[in-house]
Ligand binder design. Sequence first.
Ligand SMILES: *[C@@H]1O[C@H](CO)[C@@H](O)[C@H](O)[C@H]1NC(C)=O
Ligand SMILES: *[C@@H]1O[C@H](CO)[C@@H](O)[C@H](O)[C@H]1NC(C)=O
Length: 364
Amino acid sequence: MAMLWLMLVGLSVVCQGHPGIQIQDLDDELYTEVRDLLNKHATHRAPANALSRPKEVVGWPRPLPHLGQVTGVAVNSRGQPVIFHRGPRVWDTSCFNASHHFQHVAEGPIAVSTVLTLEPETGAVIGDWGRNLFYMPHGITLNAEDNVWLTDVALHQVFKFRPGETFPALTLGEPFSPGDGPTRLCQPTAVAVASSGQAFVADGNCNHRVLMLSPRGRLIRLIPLPSEFLSLQVPHGLALIEALDLLCIADRENMRVACPRAGLVPYMSAQPVSIQAADLGRVFGVVAVGGLVYAVNGPTSLQIPVRGFTLDPRSETAIDRWGPSAGFRSPHGIAISPNGTAMYVTEIGPNKVWKFSLAGGGVQ
Ligand SMILES: *[C@@H]1O[C@H](CO)[C@@H](O)[C@H](O)[C@H]1NC(C)=O
Ligand SMILES: *[C@@H]1O[C@H](CO)[C@@H](O)[C@H](O)[C@H]1NC(C)=O
């Protein structure tokens, strides 16, 4: 654990140019306290109850698949979890230099299958691809048509693959070339795709921005715009709440989930939301279902347990905390099945996938 923590701290130094831990100052603490107090009296908050709490599916998966760091998970239209993992490759401090260039290009792409489809009842591997394509897998997203969006932090690229294809239908960014202009990315972490086909790319570990793209990959706008008064520190996961026109961002180093207006509905002026809690810590993954946001944090400080959170965007509070009985160590990815009955959480050390059952999409 100590080793892992050191590694993560080391990583942040290499990859973001500043330490990964932020100490909240007193003003922030006071603000949080006052807000919590106000929220206690809010009448519109959703209750935490048995419906919204993810319940661990004990003994899943069996047999255990052999996995590298499992950075991402998504669920396809048939309810099968699809995971993105790093095989034998491990992100350590030797991987990137101060200008975010990947230092092990000569080792070639990962030779094993990096994308695995699992059987939802047993967890057995029922499909695999993604050999010799990726250098440092990160995020995976599937849309309703089962197009697969993958991000690679070493390539500094994002790819869209049509179902069953291994040649990308769309590629964003320049291979191994980090940058912050309109055509380059820097360690992109995640993608969210709207039902209209517009996509959001979290970019990422060094640019601290989100790109909104047309269905064909043309840049529509950047988030945040200067007028949005929003500053992100490592946007690490994305979840759309289309009904509210909000894009919820795991704003990792700011230790919150920030949900600015997505901008999918031109005439809707959604009120931006910022969800914080004293114990939220560094938020690695987010997913939204039934008007609620589920999030997982990662190692932050000894005082902040690593676990899952149920967040209510309406009251901007954490309404529940949850996790497997053995506890999470270093969760990274989170996804919910299309019918809202299963949730999957992946970890990057020990490398594993957890399944939770949800009683049909939470509270609504
Ligand atoms: C949800 O999807 C899973 C996997 O496809 C299926 O086994 C289950 O019966 C579905 N549940 C409901 C309530 O539709
Ligand atoms: C990082 O490595 C790349 C080549 O991989 C090199 O072009 C670049 O100058 C290096 N940056 C620094 C700050 O050393």
